[in-house]
Structures are given as structure tokens and as C-alpha cells.
Design a protein around this ligand. Structure first.
Ligand SMILES: NC(=O)c1ccc[n+]([C@@H]2O[C@H](COP(=O)([O-])OP(=O)(O)OC[C@H]3O[C@@H](n4cnc5c(N)ncnc54)[C@H](OP(=O)(O)O)[C@@H]3O)[C@@H](O)[C@H]2O)c1
Length: 232
């Protein structure tokens, strides 16, 4: 059975980029939004680019019900309030994937940083999500260091020569997310360990945004050298 990917808050730039890349690989994606009309409009734009109807627009609630692997792709500060009413729709067979990055508001001339644990109520977004979501529902962190601009610009960047860090306690769930990551051409999934790795990965993203600003680009990403060529 093909597992369906759902994107809660998928109408944003990251969700659009991931939907487009998965669509190119022939994957079916459910684009969730608070507003059905917004999901309709953005899905139509992506389906037009794809030349196929692979992106299905739904409300966030219907998206979570219809999907097997669900990415939470709202801004971090709305992640918990968005998910809390949807928790009853989560089952043990589904996987919740956290892509959020809890950043401090940008200040000109200052380093880009993640929120401190006191503001976050945890050491990282994925740890917070893990605390809030019932333990029987697998929670995985992934896709946090990918740039929406790189994902969306398929003409300029046809293949992603990057790594995607996938982390979480549940190995089976991580493997299912890895299989989906591998559908995106040339993206290499890296087993980044358990949930606590979010503490590093979320900071990598802040660092990459700082590099983007310095080099006046939107495309920096990470490729780790020295890893053996083998499956994990
Ligand atoms: N942008 C990137 O390149 C990038 C890279 C790595 C990770 N991330 C992380 O991925 C997540 C999505 O990034 P993004 O740039 O796509 O975010 P975004 O555009 O700021 O938000 C994504 C979607 O979240 C929904 N949303 C906005 N405000 C909301 C609210 N108050 N309550 C519930 N939903 C709300 C909106 O969808 P509807 O209006 O349709 O409901 C919006 O289109 C963020 O957590 C970000 O930190 C982003």
C-alpha cells in the first residue's frame, strides 16, 4: 500500500516545495490548510506545474485523517495549538513528522538563533512535540535543514545534492520517513539518532539562515562528508 503524505500548514513555502518535489516523484500528497479555498488554490498551482493531479487539497483536519505520514509545517509557535484539537485523529499506524524550527525573531546585524528552552518549554521543537503527543503515536523530526527556495525552484535546482537528517526514537517510523525522503531525487537521508538530535539540527538551520544572509542566497544546505555508502 502506498503511504500518503499529509502536510499540515502545507500551503506555506516549505510545504509547497516538498509537495512539488514529491509530486515530481509521482507521490500523492495531501495539502492541509485552515482554509479549504487556500489549499485548493495552492494545490492547483502545483498540479499545473506537475501536469498531473497528485496534490489533493483538504482542511488540516481531513488531511490528518486521510494521511499516513503527517508533516507539521506551521510556524513553530502555532504547532501545538494546531495539533492539539487534531490529536484524536492520530492512530498508532500514523507518523507525525516535525519540520518546525523555533527561531528567535530576526534582528538586523544579530546572529540568527533558536529560541531558548525557557521560551520553548523544552530543549527543542521535536522534544516539545514528543511531550505533547501521546507516547503511542510515533514522532520523527526531519526536513528541518532544507530550504523552501531550493525545493521550489525545480528549473534552477533540478536535483537536491543534500542530506536530510531524520531523527526520533522509533526506528520503524524513521525508516518509513526515510523511504519518503528517498523519493526526492538525490536527497540523501541520514540517520541522525534519537529525538534529542533536534537540539543540534534546529541550530544548524539557524546557522544556515545566517550563511544565506551573509552570502545573499536562500539555498545553503548540508551534505556531510565521510559517511559510508550504505543504507541505515
Ligand atoms: N521555509 C523554509 O525554508 C523552512 C525550512 C526548514 C524548516 N522550516 C519550518 O517549516 C515550517 C513551515 O515553514 P514555512 O516557511 O512554510 O511557514 P509559514 O509560511 O510561515 O507557515 C506555513 C503555514 O502555516 C499555516 N499557519 C500560519 N499561521 C498559522 C496559525 N496561526 N495557526 C495555524 N496555522 C498557521 C499557514 O497555512 P494556512 O493558512 O493554509 O492554514 C501557512 O501557510 C516552519 O515551522 C519553519 O520553521 C521552514
Amino acid at each position: 500500500m502506498t503511504e500518503r503524505i499529509g502536510l499540515i500548514g502545507g500551503t506555506g513555502p516549505l510545504g509547497q516545495g516538498l509537495a512539488l518535489r514529491w509530486g515530481l516523484a509521482g507521490e500523492s500528497v495531501i495539502m492541509g490548510s485552515r482554509l479549504q479555498e487556500k489549499a485548493d488554490k495552492i494545490s492547483l498551482e502545483i498540479n499545473t506545474k506537475l501536469g498531473r493531479k497528485l496534490i489533493l487539497p483538504l482542511t488540516n483536519e481531513n488531511c490528518i485523517q486521510e494521511s499516513d505520514i503527517i508533516l507539521i509545517s506551521t510556524p513553530f509557535k502555532f504547532m501545538i495549538e494546531t495539533l492539539e484539537p487534531l490529536i484524536p485523529h492520530l492512530t498508532e499506524e500514523k507518523i507525525l513528522v516535525d519540520v518546525t524550527v523555533p527561531l528567535k525573531p530576526f534582528e538586523k546585524g544579530k546572529m540568527v538563533e533558536t529560541l531558548p528552552p525557557s521560551d520553548l518549554n523544552a530543549q527543542s521543537a521535536t522534544e516539545l512535540l514528543r511531550k505533547v503527543i501521546p507516547p503511542k503515536i510515533p514522532v520523527v523530526g526531519a526536513f528541518k535543514t532544507l530550504s523552501n527556495s531550493t525545493l521550489r525552484d525545480i528549473d534552477r535546482i533540478p536535483t537536491l545534492e543534500q542530506d536530510v537528517f531524520i531523527f526520533g526514537k522509533d526506528k520503524v517510523a524513521k525508516n518509513r520517513v526515510k523511504e519518503k525522503a528517498q523519493k526526492i531525487r538525490n536527497l540523501r537521508p541520514v540517520d541522525a539518532g534519537g529525538t534529542l538530535s533536534a537540539r543540534h539540527v534546529e541550530r544548524f538551520t539557524a546557522f544556515l539562515i545566517g550563511l544565506n544572509r551573509r552570502y545573499k542566497t536562500h539555498d545553503s544546505g548540508i551534505k556531510v562528508s565521510g559517511l559510508p555508502h550504505r543504507e541505515w
